[in-house]
Design a binder for this molecule. Structure first.
Ligand SMILES: [Zn+2]
Length: 396
């Protein structure tokens, strides 16, 4: 076997912290072969003064959100930044995963690209949020438990990895159709029987409750209003991980071009005015506070950003330092934040047998930083070294 030895660095992950050891990588298998003092390989990379971390994992992104040709620009930028795995929580271009997206994904299973795990299309209430968004049909709209089960099994047979569902208002309309308790239970049970992950889009506590009671095992956002104490206790008892996406709540929104506003129907204008009136600073505060309270109860938090539209703006992707800082603000230690972005993300995505930590037998997805990882998370803005699947793709 051909081996690469990463020497003289310190190692940190969700369970190790600042441990001095060498890492021996089996380059052909793309796996970690040994960890310990004084290792030697066919090739040596001296990482004196650096800390090696597992490749980062963003558990909530949208890879394709527009009617455009798929490209690998964002995946390459993510990989070079140190984010080596992303979970795609719902196609937004109106296409079925089997129409070309999954075939395209096979072409980007390369060390220079971040790996994509995908839910394909979201399973949503017919006419509800994420079935229709604006004029286009994005998710799979279902009206019965049978339809939900068939849609999930079809997508998994096509090659999707998990299930995304959603409860929310579409355009703030109170009459938006919602999934029934029976359908929610069927979605949760089908995912469980197929041993795949299953998470729900939810931003309000009033929809969080039926999702929790319906057995949905993971939430894809932290909700943006205070979660009632009994519901938070129920979530902790059911060990429901939450992918937080805190940085998306108060992110700057580009203003609409005046010509778009001028040609807009009045009800659309009214809806936009309502959206603009939302106090997103308060929402962010409430969501961070929910994260703090859930963390205190032992609830698992996972890093996700809800990054989208990167096909138009691929430079925007990278290490989500703001999300790391908000999780720290929610009371997680620096190591717990790192765990949220590595081992916790791998665990909820059911790939922790090969990703998420620095352990013998795991995939050699490793990054190195020169400055220590502290509460500013500044070091992650300039990752010095990236190895993906045992291949060095960046070395300062
Ligand atoms: Zn999303």
């Amino acid at each position: 076997m051909s081996t690469i030895c990463l020497k003289n660095a310190r190692l940190s992950d969700g369970t190790l912290w600042n441990v001095r050891a060498d890492v021996l990588v089996d380059a052909a298998e793309g796996q970690i072969a040994a960890i310990g003092p004084d290792l030697a390989g066919d090739e040596t990379i001296d990482l004196t003064g650096c800390t090696i971390l597992p490749g980062l994992f963003d558990a909530h992104v949208h890879v394709v959100t527009g009617q455009i040709e798929y490209n690998d620009v964002a995946l390459k930028n993510w990989a070079r930044a140190g984010v080596l795995t992303v979970r795609d929580l719902g196609l937004g271009d109106g296409s079925h995963a089997g129409d070309g997206y999954l075939a395209w994904r096979e072409t980007v299973r390369r060390p220079d690209c971040a790996e994509i795990l995908t839910a394909g299309q979201a399973i949503a209430a017919r006419g509800g949020y994420m079935h229709r968004m604006g004029p286009s049909e994005n998710g799979i709209g279902v009206t019965s438990p049978e339809e939900a089960r068939a849609a999930i099994l079809k997508q998994l047979a096509d090659g999707c990895d998990g299930v995304k569902t959603a409860m929310d208002l579409d355009g703030m309309r109170e009459d938006t159709p919602q999934l029934s308790p029976e359908i929610l239970r069927t979605i949760a049970e089908t995912a469980k029987s197929m041993n795949v992950w299953c998470c729900a889009h939810v931003l309000q506590s009033r929809f969080l409750r039926p999702l929790v009671e319906g057995g949905i095992p993971e939430m894809a956002h932290m909700v943006t209003d205070p979660i009632p104490e009994d519901l938070l206790d129920e979530m902790a008892a059911r060990r429901i991980p939450v992918t937080c996406t805190l940085q998306a709540i108060n992110a700057p929104r580009p203003p609409l071009p005046p010509e778009a506003l001028a040609s807009m129907p009045p009800e659309m204008k009214e809806m936009i005015a309502k959206l603009e009136a939302i106090d997103t600073v308060q929402q962010e505060r409430d969501a961070v506070d929910n994260a703090r309270r859930y963390h205190e109860k032992g609830g698992m938090l996972v890093l996700g950003t809800d990054t989208m539209r990167m096909e138009l703006n691929p430079e925007a992707v990278g290490v989500p330092v703001k999300e790391f800082r908000l999780m720290y603000e929610a009371g997680l230690t620096v190591q717990e934040v790192l765990a949220a972005a590595t081992c916790n993300a791998a665990r909820v995505c059911k790939v922790d047998d090969r990703l998420g930590s620095i352990e013998v037998g795991k995939q050699a997805n490793l990054i190195a930083i020169r400055s220590p990882l502290d509460e500013t998370f500044e070091a992650l803005t300039h990752v010095e070294f990236v190895m993906n699947r045992g291949v060095v793709i960046k070395q300062a």
